[in-house]
Design a protein around this ligand. Structure first.
Ligand SMILES: NC(=O)c1ccc[n+]([C@@H]2O[C@H](COP(=O)([O-])OP(=O)(O)OC[C@H]3O[C@@H](n4cnc5c(N)ncnc54)[C@H](OP(=O)(O)O)[C@@H]3O)[C@@H](O)[C@H]2O)c1
Length: 183
């Protein structure tokens, strides 16, 4: 699988991951593409990090094999419909969306596409994330290792069964944001 990574959804978490990948040397700027819904945001990220920014999710899916799905859960259906025709089982979809099951992502992509679901948290911004990953139906150990490698640049990574992901979302996923609010 090629080293190119497309981050689909250049919001807070997407930017933090891109920043971490570049700062750590995990990926070069020419190995990263980011997609956004708004032109000014795509230009902002391209200008700040030197990566390629685009509004075209299909282009990103054709360019990279590793697709990091970084939009909000409520936007996932639209995002998946935009890439569906350009994704094959040679790709790997790494979904960050809280509460979105691997089966949902699999159902909206062609049969056989490997999906890894991630529950990370806001300390990804300072390379101190606790990320939990789980494999969908078609994701192998090798796919989990790719997700682990990417997330390892911005914190710790743990593999768990998907049945535990809701509890992870409630604790390490949401916890730091609540403490931040209290602080
Ligand atoms: N923030 C956290 O602490 C946290 C923790 C754990 C997990 N997560 C998960 O991480 C994901 C990202 O969260 P976030 O906080 O980074 O959200 P965010 O800042 O809202 O970023 C999502 C980005 O995706 C863009 N987007 C939406 N639909 C798109 C599409 N079809 N094509 C391209 N870009 C699209 C949005 O564009 P607009 O700017 O136009 O809306 C936005 O910039 C979410 O699924 C969330 O559940 C977040």
């Amino acid at each position: 699988m090629s080293r190119k990574v497309a981050v689909l959804g250049g919001g807070k978490m997407g930017e933090a991951l891109i920043s971490g990948l570049i700062r750590s040397g995990g990926r070069g700027v020419d190995e990263i593409m980011v997609t956004c819904r708004r032109e000014e945001r795509a230009q902002e990220l391209a200008g700040k990090y030197g990566v390629t920014g685009t509004l075209d999710n299909a282009e990103a899916a054709r360019w990279a094999e590793v697709l990091v799905l970084m939009c909000k859960p409520q936007d996932m259906g639209v995002l998946l419909s935009e890439i569906r025709g350009h994704v094959t089982p040679e790709h790997l979809a790494v979904s960050f969306a809280a509460g979105v099951r691997t089966s949902f992502v699999e159902k909206h992509l062609p049969d056989g596409v490997p999906v890894v679901r991630v529950m990370s948290n806001v300390p990804v911004m300072v390379d101190e994330a606790m990320s939990v990953i789980t494999a969908g139906l078609h994701a192998t150990d090798q796919h989990l290792a790719i997700a682990e490698e990417l997330l390892g640049y911005v914190g710790k990574v743990l593999r768990l069964k998907e049945t535990h992901l809701d509890a992870v979302t409630a604790t390490s996923g949401s916890g730091p944001a609540y403490f931040f609010l209290l602080a």
